[in-house]
Structure formats: structure tokens, C-alpha cells
Design a protein around this ligand. Structure first.
Ligand code: IPE
Ligand code: IPE
Ligand code: MG
Length: 233
């Protein structure tokens, strides 16, 4: 059996369908999804998971209506400001992955503020992927690598698959368990580099309904996988 995963990723999908299937506006699903994330972050910490990476908003989600994008951005600001005390009480350190452009100034300010206020928290890391794209992350990392090679900080022959991690948005270990809620079986540009040997758990459950009990089922699934990393037993 595998030990509890160190790094869990969640593609929090299905908020919109959760709402529309009940005759509600999509925004109601996002609001409920926020509550679910709050519960799962605490739960993951209590289970001893050290890093939780969550997909909150992709670079491609900017294709959605202005109304939906604005609602999501305001909801994020609300969480960063209003839940700060709870986050600190739980000892959670918040970090972000993604591009800053074209996020709104008030969103950036709320992000910077929560990062600063939680930077010394030691229990676990909540990595919020916001305006995030996995391909963008690799492209941005290559630009940083090029800068370091040009500045003589690293020789091109020294670069390898392990030290490339430090050029990503956050220098985190690889994802052990990747969960996608909401019925789709795809990555949608989430943490492509870090998921290279991730065990993947798909569930039809929409994210707002993905509560502690089902999270535990995903952990059980992970613990029973035979992780070979290309080797033979
Ligand atoms: C995931 O839920 C949250 C975000 C992408 C911001 P969706 O909004 O994608 O919900 P569905 O997939 O349309 O149901
Ligand atoms: C992925 O979900 C992005 C987030 C969960 C934030 P999407 O709903 O955007 O993905 P697709 O469009 O179904 O692939
Ligand atoms: Mg979706």
C-alpha cells in the first residue's frame, strides 16, 4: 500500500452543471464549490497531505461570459479576504500558480495580501491555480531557463527533468494523486509537467458534492495503486 499522498491535485469541475441541473444560475454552483473547497482544504490538512493544488480558473476560462468571469473573480477576492483568519488558524500557506496578466488589479492585490499573510504557515500548502495553464507554465519556464543560461547561472548540459521543476511557477514536488470531478476524463491543461506519474481518479460527482467521504475514497484508490515509475516488480 502507498502512504498518504504528499501532493494532491484537484480539477474542481462541474460547478455549472451542478447548478443548472437544479434550475439555478451557474454562479450558485461556483458559490457552493467554494464551500466545498473550504471543507476539503481542512480535511486534507487533517489527513496529513502536505500540498493541495486546486484548479480555480484556467487561462482558457477567460473565454466565458464577462458576467461569469466577474462573478468568479469577486468570489475569489471574497475568499482571500474573509477566510484569511480560518486559513491562518489551520496553518495553511497559500501560494498561487498562473500568469498575472490579465487579472484585475483588485484580484492581484487580494492574492498578494494572502500570500504575504500566510507565508510563515507551516502545516501545509494550498497552491491555487488561477489564470493557470499547464502549457503556459512550461513555456514561461523555458523563458526563465533561457535567462539563466544567458546569465551563466546554469549550463545547458546541467538542465534535467528534476531541476526543471524549479523553473515552474512554484517549486513543488510532483503530483501523486490527481482528482477530476464532474464526469470529464481530461486534463484541460492542468499541471502537465507535475502530473507525469500521477495516479488519476475520475469521478462523475460534481465538485460541489465532492465532500470529505468521497475525498477519502480517492485516497483509498491511491493507496491501492501499484506505482512502478517505469520499472518492473
Ligand atoms: C469548474 O466548474 C469551475 C471553473 C471552471 C471555474 P465549471 O464552471 O467548469 O462547471 P461545468 O463544467 O460547466 O459544469
Ligand atoms: C477546467 O475545467 C478548469 C477548472 C476546473 C478551473 P473546464 O470546465 O474549464 O474544462 P473543459 O472546458 O471542460 O475542458
Ligand atoms: Mg467545466
Amino acid at each position: 500500500m502507498n502512504k498518504i499522498p504528499k501532493h494532491v491535485g484537484i480539477i474542481m469541475d462541474g460547478n455549472g452543471r451542478w447548478a443548472t441541473e437544479q434550475g439555478l444560475k451557474r454562479s450558485a454552483g461556483h458559490k457552493e464549490g467554494g464551500k466545498t473547497l473550504e471543507k476539503l482544504a481542512k480535511h486534507a490538512k487533517n489527513l496529513g497531505i502536505k500540498i493541495l493544488s486546486v484548479y480555480a480558473f484556467s487561462t482558457d476560462n477567460f473565454k466565458r461570459s464577462k458576467e461569469e468571469v466577474d462573478y468568479l473573480m469577486n468570489l475569489l477576492i471574497y475568499y482571500f479576504n474573509e477566510k484569511l483568519e480560518t486559513i491562518c488558524k489551520e496553518g495553511i500557506k497559500v501560494v498561487f500558480s498562473g500568469r498575472r496578466e490579465p487579472l484585475r488589479k483588485d484580484v492581484l492585490m487580494a492574492m498578494d495580501s494572502i500570500v504575504k499573510k500566510t507565508k510563515d504557515n507551516k502545516e501545509c500548502i494550498l497552491n491555487i491555480c488561477l489564470n493557470y495553464g499547464g502549457q503556459e507554465e512550461i513555456v514561461d519556464a523555458i523563458v526563465k531557463v533561457h535567462e539563466d543560461i544567458t546569465a551563466g547561472k546554469i549550463d545547458k548540459n546541467e538542465l534535467n527533468r528534476e531541476n526543471f521543476f524549479k523553473y515552474l511557477y512554484q517549486d513543488l514536488p510532483p503530483i501523486d494523486l490527481l482528482i477530476r470531478t464532474g464526469r470529464e476524463h481530461r486534463l484541460s491543461n492542468f499541471m502537465l509537467y507535475q502530473s507525469y506519474y500521477a495516479e488519476i481518479y475520475f469521478t462523475d460527482t460534481y465538485f460541489p458534492d465532492f465532500l470529505e467521504k468521497e475525498f477519502d475514497e480517492a485516497i483509498d484508490y491511491y493507496e491501492n495503486r501499484d506505482r512502478r515509475f517505469g520499472n518492473v516488480k
